[in-house]
Design a protein around this ligand. Structure first.
Ligand code: GAL
Length: 699
């Protein structure tokens, strides 16, 4: 039985380290998927590698859930199958993204030590059976995990086919928050580091309320139970601790690997719109190449925009817009959605190139061959159950060929965006915890709304954390940034003074980083620069709407806004707020500061976005109606224009160049067929138009 205080303290994450060179994972763009040969008889493997070559696969993730099939009993390891699989891949020239198998501890370990499993807020300990069923503060789990990682790294760390290390799998997917005694002890240690003393914790959390002052450290517990009225500051710090606890596990595995291997290390993040399970912006700097798992949702009518958002966020968290890797995606329905529908013909290529357009230097899928048994037996794959006569297989082979024709794009960077949307996981966590004026607001919705308004107009934006240097951006949008620290608020507030445009939405800048409300008029952190403030919130009931004088209506949220230097651009037109400002603009030097006090209808946001784009002088990558996505990647003396037509009618746009996919030379106009893609190597535009980029490389 594991008892006592853990002898590790999760790192309070250090500042971002400088990026190393971008690893070269394949000769061109990487292509492949999770490969689990241990699930199939040996004679299937030969067919696997033959078909991988046919499809142009050059990188596979191996061993990701293979702890129990190697360490078959405590300390007893049988590497036979893995040795054979590694050799087979090497003989066939297929690179390996070698995974540490620590997401899935073996049955013998879980049976001997059920206490390594995480505990939910209601005290329920997860039984064995799933994945990531371990507590990040369990020293026992960590010892076993690092021991297995070490033997894996010793064995294959210098193998020439190993191109990348893949730590665990989707860290935090399932075990991001543990509420056991060990976690409580680790949380206290973390708090002591963050705040310095228990007194400082009391002050930061405002524990005088309800007389909840802590007299001894032992009294501090993770947020437990279902009483529904926890201290939001406690919640927020617990979320931060949990992110750091998992990051500390990632760093521990990375350190062990690096003792035996020079191969770059990463882990697969799950980056989408909204608050993530952990604060990925603090994780990405610790990866040699940021890696993302992205799955489209059939019930999302704008799933291509969701995909674009994810790519823009990946790029925004990877230093210097350096390329990243799409580690997992699907060729069809996954198995964890309510209705797992296949992709439509052409979507595999279009979605995959959508990621490449936004900076991915490789496209990988979960998984190579569909599993016939087990939890994921109905998940799509590159090689589906139907085999090579399936449509999916044909599209997979076609995608491999297309990626090959795009090989020269590897290492180029997405053009520097002039617009940014600020995203912050802690702000998203803060929005959903505690007794907020509206309990059902989704952080992702407002982020997606503003991103969509730019995406529809082919205007590129980076989705960046608030600590990012904003100097290069002419337009900065700040949706629902409920908590913000002083330094970030100052940086954001200085955008208009230097001639930029700042747009802040409702529920931003309301609280300091520790969740304390900033008094004197909302949004306290931004009211000076906005020249507007509000004093009362009027969240709307389900089904309720309030009209605006631009002919649209808003749902969910409204507030009473007062002008103090700004002008009203749009006013409320019904409810007790009628005639009061809804959207305001303050001219500041050469720039402007906008406040949007309600979640605008798309039509209304579109009108504002058009004005923001014009005011900030933002360039569109192509002039087209919504549905045609256009993005550029550039390198020294090179420029590539990606045109993705998500619509069901052909689209013609002004663009010229050599289409790397079809081999056609096109221009001055080009037609992108319905559902199709073009990637044009363009004549390089006037010098100075693009800042030349460097292709960093690691042999
Ligand atoms: C991911 C996970 C994969 C696989 C996939 C199915 O979240 O990393 O191992 O389960 O989902 O879509």
């Amino acid at each position: 039985m594991e008892t006592g205080t853990p002898d590790f303290v999760p790192a309070v994450v250090p500042a971002r380290p400088g990026p190393g060179p971008t690893p070269r994972l394949a000769d061109g763009l990487a292509y492949g998927g999770d490969y689990n040969p241990e699930q199939f008889p040996r004679d299937v493997w030969d067919e696997d590698v033959r078909l991988m070559r046919e499809a142009g696969v050059n990188l596979v993730t191996l061993g990701v859930f293979a702890w129990g099939t190697v360490e078959t009993a405590d300390g007893e390891r049988d590497w036979t199958w893995m040795d054979e699989a590694v050799d087979l891949l090497e003989r066939n020239g297929i690179g390996i993204d070698l995974a540490t198998p620590t997401a899935a501890p073996p049955q013998w370990l879980l049976t001997a030590h059920p206490e390594i499993a995480p505990v939910l807020a209601d005290g329920y300990r997860e039984p064995a059976g799933g994945r990531n069923a371990w507590c990040p503060a369990s020293l026992l789990y960590r010892r076993h995990a690092l021991r297995q990682v070490e033997s894996l790294a010793e064995r294959y760390g210098r193998h020439p086919s190993v191109r990348l290390w893949h730590v665990g799998n989707e860290l935090g997917g399932g075990n991001a928050r543990c509420h056991c005694e060990r976690s409580a002890a680790a949380f206290r240690e973390w708090l002591a580091r963050r705040h310095g003393s228990l007194e400082a914790v009391n002050a930061a959390w405002g524990t005088e309320q309800w007389g909840h002052r802590y007299g001894r450290w032992e009294e501090v517990m993770p947020p437990l139970g279902r009483h529904g009225a926890p201290n939001p500051a406690l919640f927020l710090d617990y979320e931060r601790y949990s992110s750091d606890a998992l990051l500390s596990h990632y760093l521990a595995e990375k350190e062990v690997i690096e003792r035996h291997s020079d191969v770059p290390v990463t882990t697969n993040l799950m980056v989408g719109a909204g608050a993530q399970v952990v604060d990925y912006a603090s994780w990405a700097p610790h990866t040699a190449v940021a890696a993302n798992d992205h799955y489209t949702s059939v019930d999302d009518p704008l799933r291509e925009q969701d995909l674009a958002f994810s790519g823009d966020r990946m790029r925004g968290m990877a230093a210097d817009r350096r390329p990243w890797l799409l580690m997992e995606s699907s060729t069809g329905g996954p198995s964890w959605q309510r209705r797992n529908r296949a992709k439509d013909p052409g979507e595999i290529l279009r979605h995959s190139l959508g990621h490449v357009a936004r900076g991915a230097d490789g496209v990988m899928f979960f998984q190579w061959r569909a599993s016939t048994s087990g939890a994921e037996q109905f998940h799509s794959a590159m090689l589906p159950h139907t085999g090579t006569r399936s449509r999916v297989w044909k599209e997979v082979v076609e995608l491999g060929a297309r990626l090959k024709s795009l090989a020269e794009i590897r290492g180029t960077r997405v053009e520097a965006a002039k617009a940014a949307i600020v995203v912050d996981d802690p702000a998203g966590w803060a929005l959903r915890h505690g007794l907020k004026p509206h309990r059902d607001l989704s952080y992702g919705r407002e982020l997606r709304a503003w991103h969509r308004a730019l995406w529809d107009r082919q205007v590129l934006c980076d989705v960046v954390p608030p600590d990012r240097d904003l100097d290069g951006y002419d337009l900065v949008i700040v949706p629902n940034l409920l908590v913000v620290d002083r330094a970030a608020a100052d940086r954001l507030s200085s955008v208009p003074e230097r001639g930029g445009t700042l747009l802040v939405t409702y529920l931003s800048g309301i609280c300091e980083a520790d969740s304390k409300v900033i008094t004197g008029g909302f949004p306290g952190a931004f009211r000076d620069v906005l020249g507007a403030w509000s004093d009362e919130f009027y969240p709307l009931q389900e089904g309720e709407a309030v009209e605006l004088d631009d002919g649209t209506a808003v749902t969910d949220w409204t507030e009473r806004v007062h002008l103090d230097g700004a002008e009203a651009v749009v006013r409320y037109a019904s409810s007790s707020l009628a005639d009061g400002p809804a959207v305001t603009r303050r001219a500041v030097g050469g720039g402007a500061a906008w406040y949007v006090s309600a979640p605008l209808a798309a039509e209304s946001a579109d009108r504002i976005a058009a004005r923001l784009i014009a005011d900030a002088g933002l360039e569109r990558a192509a002039e087209a109606e919504p549905g045609l996505e256009a993005v550029r990647r550039t390198g020294p003396g090179r420029s590539y224009l990606f045109l993705l037509n998500h619509d069901d009618t052909d689209r013609t746009v002004a663009a010229e160049g050599h289409d790397l996919l079809s081999g056609d030379r096109v221009g001055p106009e080009t037609t992108v067929p319905a559902g199709g893609v073009r990637v044009l190597r363009e004549p390089v535009r006037q010098p100075g138009h693009h800042a030349p980029d460097h292709i960093e490389d690691r042999p």
